[in-house]
Design a protein around this ligand. Structure first.
Ligand code: 1HE
Length: 267
């Protein structure tokens, strides 16, 4: 177990920055030079943060520094994994994000710029998503020769429905903030640079609720509405590992890292 720092938060990698505002904790993805791509250290740091919230924290706001929320999985770490390591990796993401979805307190994600691949999977684990107008969404796994592995099969399909998620994945198209709001990817849409303030305002309201009601909304309501999703996560991990072990995936990832692959840009 990591040693807690002076702020009461566990020790985090440089790619994450935590702060506190009253009974609201704020976690920033802080690796803008890599567009907040999620490497293993960051995913494990997210797990550590959400599994060891300091006493008195009643809600969390999650946001990204720089021009993008997150460019998703760190593709540089993916090239050499075999199938068994791929399953383990995807299960690690599931475990980390389960600490968000099934954690102690509600989480508000604030989205801007690219919210793609694993970045969208992370956002989908939160309980509320606030999008700035610059936000755009994509699941570009198809073009990289891989499959989602951070819970999207369960969480994104729950937000937008299977047909929309299939369209997103098959086409790799980007969806703008307004489309995302209409599809159910975000619940609040605000002007650029206003997301964090809105996220904090919502988190402060949430923090005033009776804790048991928040618990019921987080844990009981989804089980009643949707049943159990454990099998879905497992199947996703198996598929993600098989896909990323393929020669096709290796070639396409190499293309991106060597600047031949297409970026996920919003035209
Ligand atoms: C990265 C990553 C990354 C940027 N892994 N290094 N995700 C994607 O397919 C999205 C890939 N990224 C992009 O399309 C673009 O980077 C953006 C549109 C998000 C931003 O573009 P731009 O022009 O601002 O930045 P850039 O020049 O592309 O990237 C800046 C640096 O970040 C550069 O590294 P540098 O050392 O050359 O400066 C990029 O290589 C690096 N970078 N994105 C690694 N994703 C659990 S399964 C989930 C599966 C997925 O998430 S698939 C989706 C992956």
């Amino acid at each position: 177990m990591a040693t807690p720092s002076k702020t009461g938060f566990p020790k985090l990698p440089a790619s994450l920055a935590a702060s506190r505002r009253g009974d609201v904790a704020i976690l920033a993805l802080a690796r803008p030079q890599k567009r907040n791509a999620l490497d293993d250290a960051t995913v494990l740091g997210i797990e550590r943060f959400f599994s060891a919230l300091p006493k008195g924290i009643k809600a969390v706001v999650l946001h990204g520094k720089g021009a993008h929320f997150s460019a998703g999985l760190d593709l540089g770490e993916l090239t050499e994994r075999d199938v068994a390591e791929g399953v383990e990796h995807s299960r690690m993401w599931h475990r980390a994000f389960a600490h968000i979805e099934f954690g102690k307190v509600p989480v508000v994600a604030v989205l801007h710029g690219a919210v793609v691949g694993g970045g969208l999977e992370l956002a989908a684990a939160a309980h509320i998503r606030v999008a700035e107008r610059s936000a755009y969404y994509a699941l570009p796994e198809g073009s990289r020769g891989i499959y989602v592995g951070g819970g999207a099969s369960v969480r994104v399909s729950r937000l937008i429905g299977v047909a929309r998620m299939q369209a997103m994945m098959l086409t790799g198209l980007t969806y703008g903030a307004e489309e995302g709001q209409a599809m159910g990817l975000s619940q609040f849409l605000v002007a650029n640079d206003k997301g964090l303030a809105k996220g904090i305002e919502l988190a402060e309201r949430i923090a005033e609720n009776a804790p048991l009601t928040n618990f019921a909304i987080m844990h009981v309501l989804p089980r009643i509405a949707e049943g159990d999703s454990a099998g879905g996560y497992l199947t996703e991990s198996l598929m993600a590992a098989i896909a990323q072990g393929s020669a096709d995936a290796k070639a396409r990832l190499k293309d991106f890292l060597e600047k031949r692959g297409k970026k996920v840009l919003r035209e």
